[in-house]
Ligand binder design. Sequence first.
Ligand code: NAP
Ligand code: HSE
Length: 396
Amino acid sequence: MIQIAIMGLGTVGTGVAKVVEENARQIERKLGEPLQVKTILVRHFKDGAYRDRMTDDFGRIECDPDIRVVVETIGGAEAAYEYTRRALAAGKHVVTANKQLVAEHGCELLALAREKGVSYLFEASVGGGIPILHPLTECMAANRIDEVYGILNGTTNYILTRMVRTGASFADALREAQEKGYAEADPTADVEGIDAGRKTCILADLAFGRQTDPAAVPMEGISRLDLRDVKEAEQAGYRIKLLGRAVRLENGARSAYVSPHLISEDTPLANVEDVFNAVVVRGNATGEVMFYGKGAGALPTASACVADVMEALQSGVRRTPLGWDPDAAGFVDPMELSGRWYMRTADSAARAVEVFGQIQVLSEEDGTVFLTDEMTGRKVAELSAGLQTKACLRVL
Ligand code: NAP
Ligand code: HSE
């Protein structure tokens, strides 16, 4: 019998306990031994199926030699950070879904895991149930990764889908996402792009081999998105999606950001709806590879956590990701990245042409909606200051 512990019995922690129980036979067949959740760390004792395994004392996990893997599903970078360090220091493998912790302290925790000869695995921290970090670091290992981008937050994709397809209000759609267990404990992290930003940092860390400081990455969510722009975009053959994007630049420099984008309706990413996420990785040998699946929710996320538990038990330290250089130097402000832009202004088309030069006019109802030629974000900011700008979005 192999014994593990779960820290934090919320949406994902409960999902982990369920997957271990419900898929016990498949898991045992692959591990060669049964897997059992021995101890569950909680803050408040709750009645229910797992009551007999609950403790509010982390020491009972830390000092229990029978517990070989600890699954951290507390979230945040406070208690989760301390317990993760102590569990690794005690020689236990740690598996997590906590992207904030990995984005902020992953490099250090991986180094500690290596020092202690254990694994620190975090497949569930990006894309929920989608296998993305293993394919990125293993199956695509022979590539130079030039770009990673995608829909990285299930809550906001769910909200956008409900608002656009069924006319739900922002508040109702957010409440539904929370009821379904998709949202963060503080959903500001979802709607303001912070959660997608943390995931973008993890993807960039692994893709480019160097720390991406979350504080340096501009993160814009969907809270300021105007439904009028969603409709204008649709009429012009585009969808608006919240994307995280990390790009390799010349001489080892790189950039990353999160913001809503217009995406042509013909591209697969444009049709990723509800809680689904999709991540596109561009390798110099593979070209673009896309990963798609449920990006949030108890069971999809638990699937990734339990697979990591099994991997840690089967392969030990050999499978811990290599880690990345902790030096965050070489990060370039994404305002320097070039692309086309969607603009809505209260000005006439003639005035927009005067300021922006060549443009593609999409509509002239109540001002002008247009697409620019390729230019940097800095240039757009400079030019749009000369107009009565109502909206400015990147076009992928
Ligand atoms: P959640 O439902 O809020 O669960 C977190 C649990 O941790 C709560 O039960 C909370 O207890 C408990 N907790 C907080 N501090 C604790 C402490 N010091 N000691 C013991 N338990 C503590 O959150 P979640 O949705 O499961 O998310 C957990 C982590 O997985 C987060 O990092 C999140 O970003 C990540 N994640 C979530 C999803 C998803 O779909 N939900 C998907 C991928 C990754 P109380 O009930 O007492 O507050
Ligand atoms: N709140 C996150 C989301 C959970 O909606 O994508 C999955 O990481």
